[in-house]
Design a protein around this ligand. Structure first.
Ligand SMILES: [Zn+2]
Length: 65
């Protein structure tokens, strides 16, 4: 059986569906996947997963300007 292409991101910890939020940071689109069950957060940019520290650095950088 074929599944639909768009499927919700599953939490790496508890495997529940994560909530996705699109945010524009420094003119680049970031997607934040967050799990309301265990509060795990995953950032994604252009299909790549980012470390949370890296994104926070970018936010601090852009707000300092
Ligand atoms: Zn979870």
């Amino acid at each position: 059986m074929k599944r639909t292409d768009v499927q919700p991101t599953k939490c790496a910890k508890c495997e529940r569906a994560m909530v996705s939020l699109n945010l524009e940071i420094d003119a680049e689109l970031r997607t934040l996947h967050s799990c309301s069950h265990c509060d795990l957060r995953i950032w994604e940019a252009a299909g790549e997963t980012l470390s949370l520290e890296g994104v926070l650095d970018e936010i601090a950088d852009s707000s300092a300007r």
